[in-house]
Ligand binder design. Structure first.
Ligand code: ARG
Length: 378
């Protein structure tokens, strides 16, 4: 068993303080080679240089080809993601040399603009500096680049997204001022910590945040609810780990699956909790579970999300099509001699599970030690 700094000193081990394990670099370089990624020199030579670099500095610098391949494979390894068929299409923005908090925030804005493309969403990752023994890399404290504030009201209810009440408090304590008229969809500022430094706040410019107002193809009243959602899900708090090197800030995005918004974000009791209101507007009795009002409202809400995104020309997937594509991906991976690990409870959509092909089978269990990977924050 490896003894951690914490066990020795009682301190929590900071990745930034520890040298890269050569074995992890070696495993990655061999994988690059096995999958035909050329770093411009023979693997033995590349490994010798990496070994020398680690001995000298405690870390090593990935080539552009290695970084690109590593980030793409991290996506391929994401056991919870149903959209992995497109892993080779991930666009990498190499920003390892950007260091000030302001410059990092600027790059996040550029990331959003380039990934959004007016609605033709492009899977993109921006990689900032890694942790090194000399200094930790920067951090983006937001869970996603675009999220909505949650305000706790005096009566105990929440205006906005209840998932972000604590984060909203945190940025307010640091000086963020909500809009004068607070709403249910106020975009939160970025909280960026450069290496090393105090976290700083940055407001996202309006035109960097594409949003879709929601309406329903058949129910005119739906639009009056004033619902909307942002076009791009860009996770910003999961470190990217490649060949022993940890990049703590590496925001990445794909495009939405309608169910993520319609059957979770807007529907979950701990989020916008909109099913009771929608069921009532549909004329359903919410007095008994046996009218299946939840189920009926859930379908219409998800349909509204999909319809509105389509009408706005914003990329969005549906769970039936994406489920079939995932099984295509699985078959492709097997043909390439790889096992594709998957977390059933995340892969199966939260709506009509049994009507999608991904429901009717099991998958190789996720392996938390698999690398490269986007790893849990913290
Ligand atoms: N479920 C998360 C959300 O609703 C986003 C997770 C990533 N999703 C994606 N389609 N890439 O915000």
């Amino acid at each position: 068993m490896r003894v951690t700094t914490e066990q020795v000193t009682g301190r929590r081990e900071k990745n930034g303080e520890r040298a890269v394990e050569f074995a992890e670099a070696e495993e990655f370089v061999r994988q690059c080679q096995a999958e035909g990624v050329c770093s411009g020199e023979r693997p033995a030579r590349r490994l010798a240089r990496i070994r020398a670099e680690i001995e000298r500095t405690g870390t090593y610098r990935h080539t552009t080809a290695e970084l690109t391949f590593g980030a793409r494979v991290a996506w391929r390894n994401a056991a919870r993601c149903i959209g992995r068929l497109y892993w080779r299409g991930l666009r990498i923005r190499d920003r390892r040399d950007v260091s000030s908090a302001a410059a990092i925030a600027r790059e996040c804005v550029l990331h959003l603009r380039e990934a959004t493309r007016g609605g033709r969403i492009r899977p993109t990752v921006t990689v900032f500096a890694p942790d090194t023994p000399a200094a930790p890399g920067p951090r983006i404290h937001n869970e996603q680049l675009i999220r909505y504030a949650g305000y706790e009201l005096d009566d105990g209810s929440v205006l906005g997204d209840p998932r972000y009440t604590a984060f909203t408090e945190r940025v307010r304590a640091r000086g963020w001022r909500p809009p004068r008229r607070r709403g249910a969809f106020d975009v939160l500022p970025l909280l960026v910590e450069s290496a090393p430094g105090e976290p700083r706040l940055f407001t996202l410019p309006r035109d960097a945040v594409l949003e879709v107002p929601l309406r329903h193809p058949d129910h005119a009243w739906f639009a009056n609810l004033g619902l909307r959602w942002h076009a791009v899900p860009a996770i910003s708090d999961m470190p990217l780990v490649i060949g022993g090197v940890r990049y703590p800030a590496a925001p990445f995005n794909g495009w939405y699956l309608g169910t993520e918004v319609g059957a979770r974000n807007l529907a979950d009791a701990g989020r916008y909790d909109l099913l009771p209101a929608i069921a009532k507007l549909m004329g359903l009795s919410t007095a008994s579970e046996r009218t299946l009002w939840r189920d009926r409202a859930l379908v219409e809400l998800t349909l509204a999300v999909q319809y509105s995104f389509d009408e706005a020309g914003v990329t969005v997937a549906d769970h039936h099509t994406e489920s079939r594509r995932f099984l295509d991906h699985l078959a492709r991976e097997e043909r390439a001699g790889r096992r594709c690990r998957a977390d059933w409870s995340w892969i199966v959509p939260p709506l009509s599970g049994g009507q999608t092909v991904v429901f009717h089978r099991y998958y190789d269990e996720p392996d938390p030690a698999q690398r490269p990977a986007f790893v849990p924050p913290g």
